[in-house]
Each structure stands twice: as structure tokens, then as C-alpha cells.
Design a protein around this ligand. Structure first.
Ligand SMILES: *[C@@H]1O[C@H](CO)[C@@H](O)[C@H](O)[C@H]1NC(C)=O
Length: 308
């Protein structure tokens, strides 16, 4: 890449040729793949896509100034902007489909993009999408995801009455939801796949067919392989905050969760990445759940520097 970039600086015509040939990362930016959350879809990610691509669309002088402001950025010259894809699957009500079903299809779409990216891609996943991405990363051998950004995702599960939940289960209290969720029918609804009732641990482990497997809380044949696949990422960025209002407890966005007394305990399953210095945690207050992806200070403070 360095050679390509140096050559390109001296010979704009060659750069143009390289771009036309579509050689991939001639500008130093890896493609970004976005996976949306529950009840949303590509439409909700237009602002975020714009935040990402506009970096590549300003004039050469601005690029230079801009790049200097980013501590981890590269100092490349002219570049054509970043390829951003918001996977257009299971939008809106479709997002309630079982997560294993969604993961299969998201994976196909993801593979098609990743195959065209010789230097790898970044995966940026919002809310429920963060769980889809974790599963996708666990299932994909030799994947080329460089950075996985998890934007307010219920990574350790969800246990709370939120507006979403009241809409889905109007007559249920959170303490009763397990009856519905931890059943064969319930597991066909995405929310139930990460419903984690700390007072029903046994039922969770036995009847939740998604999260306990992903978390390695329930032993299974592919546990080691899934873990190794996931650990191929170079960087894990965890973003969330106390005013989220939907993810409950909000610390689930950083792998924290309730114990049986509903006190928060930090989960310790990302130690390997943490030991490598590969985990970045970004806590921001004053951000409601549906605002995370459209908030510019969140983008500049927590996301931008990793999308190189
Ligand atoms: C944007 O994020 C900042 C924290 O980075 C927060 O203080 C602010 O309230 C947010 N704005 C909106 C509209 O969510």
C-alpha cells in the first residue's frame, strides 16, 4: 500500500488508473460495512454514512488539515472516499426475525463485500445489529474484519421494560417476559434471543438458543472455533452510555450485566483482546438510543479515528 501511495502522489494519472481498475484500498481507508438495529434499516444510517464518506470528499487542503487532527490517521494525500455499505436486510419489522436466521443472510451479504476488500473491512453495528455481527464474526473462518465497532449493543443481553418491549409484549412485566421468550415460539423473535433474565439463569441457559452460545455460557461443539474466529479482529470498539434508555442495563453495551441482585458485574470474556490492548471503550452520557448513529460528537470522539 505504501508503494502504491507514494507512486500515486508522483503520478496522478497512475492514481486515476488504479482507481479505475478498482484496486481497493488505494487511499488508506478500508470499506465500512454497517449492520442496522431493531425496527430500523439503511434509511436511519444516512447521516452516519455521510459522516464517514465526507472525510474522503473534501478538497485536498481540507483533507490534509483534517487528517492531522486525527491522532491515529494516516497522512495520505488525495483519496476518493470510503466505501460504506449499510446491509439492506431485515429492516423495520423484519428485524424481529430470529437472530440465527438473520445471521445466515447477513453473512452472505457481508462475505460478498469482504471478498472484494483485499485489505479488510470495518464492521460497524448498531444495537441488535451488534449481536448479529458478533455471531457473524464467530462463524466466519479467516474473516478480514479489522475493527468491529459495537454501537450501543446489548452484548450481554437485555433485561428491562423499554418502549420496544411494551409495544411487543404489552401485558408483560419484565419479570414475566421469560415465560414467553424462553420457549420455542419465543426464540423465533429476535428480542428473545438476547433476553437475559438474571432471575431465570437456568431457563436462560437451557432455552435461549442464541446468546448463551455466543457468550460461551453454554458449552457447544464449535465454542473454541467461534472464539478463535472472533479474535481475528484487530480492534474492538465498545460504545454506549447511561442515558441510552433502551439497552438495559446500559452496561451491556460494554459486556457488563446484572447479577441475581440486579447489581452490575463486568463480564470478563474479552480479556484476550484487552490484554492485546485491542479494546477501546467509549462511554458518553446525554445520548438516547436512537441518537447514537447520528450524533456527530459521538462519531468524532468514538468512531472516526478507528476507520482507517
Ligand atoms: C451528542 O453526544 C454528546 C456526547 O458525546 C451528548 O452530550 C449530546 O447530548 C448528544 N446530542 C444529541 C442530540 O443526542
Amino acid at each position: 500500500m505504501d508503494t502504491a501511495r507514494r507512486t500515486a502522489r508522483g503520478a496522478p494519472a497512475l492514481l486515476l488508473l488504479l482507481l479505475l481498475l478498482g484496486t481497493g484500498r488505494t487511499d488508506g481507508y478500508r470499506p465500512v460495512v454497517i449492520v442496522h438495529g431493531i425496527f430500523d434499516g439503511p434509511r436511519q444510517f444516512q447521516t452516519l454514512s455521510h459522516f464517514i464518506t465526507e472525510v474522503g470528499h473534501v478538497s485536498r487542503d481540507n483533507v490534509h488539515m483534517h487528517r492531522q487532527a486525527i491522532p491515529f490517521g494516516e497522512t495520505s494525500g488525495m483519496h476518493p472516499g470510503t466505501e460504506v455499505t449499510v446491509i439492506d436486510l431485515y429492516s423495520d419489522l423484519g428485524s424481529l426475525s430470529s437472530l440465527w436466521t438473520q445471521v445466515q443472510d447477513f453473512r452472505k451479504a457481508f462475505d460478498a463485500i469482504a471478498l472484494r476488500a483485499p485489505d479488510g473491512v470495518h464492521l460497524l453495528c448498531f444495537s441488535q445489529g451488534g449481536l448479529i455481527c458478533r455471531a457473524l464474526l464467530s462463524l466466519a473462518p479467516r474473516h478480514n474484519v479489522h475493527t468491529f465497532v459495537s454501537l450501543s449493543s446489548p452484548l450481554s443481553g437485555q433485561y428491562g421494560d423499554t418502549d420496544y418491549l411494551r409495544w411487543l409484549f404489552p401485558s408483560f412485566m419484565k419479570s414475566k417476559v421469560f415465560r414467553l421468550c424462553y420457549s420455542i415460539g419465543g426464540q423465533k423473535v429476535s428480542v428473545c434471543d438476547y433476553w437475559n433474565d438474571p432471575h431465570q439463569r437456568h431457563r436462560y441457559l437451557q432455552s435461549n438458543t442464541f446468546l448463551p452460545m455466543l457468550n460461551g455460557e453454554r458449552p457447544h461443539l464449535h465454542q473454541k472455533e467461534w472464539r478463535e474466529n472472533f479474535l481475528l479482529i484487530k480492534k474492538l470498539v465498545l460504545i454506549g452510555g447511561p442515558d441510552d434508555g433502551v439497552i438495559t442495563p446500559w452496561q451491556s453495551s460494554h459486556f457488563g450485566f446484572y447479577n441475581i441482585d440486579e447489581n452490575i458485574v463486568e463480564m470478563r470474556n474479552q480479556e484476550t483482546l484487552a490484554a492485546r490492548g485491542a479494546v477501546s471503550v467509549c462511554v458518553r452520557s446525554g445520548v438516547k438510543h436512537v441518537e447514537w448513529h447520528s450524533n456527530r460528537t459521538v462519531f468524532t470522539g468514538c468512531i472516526e479515528r478507528w476507520l482507517t
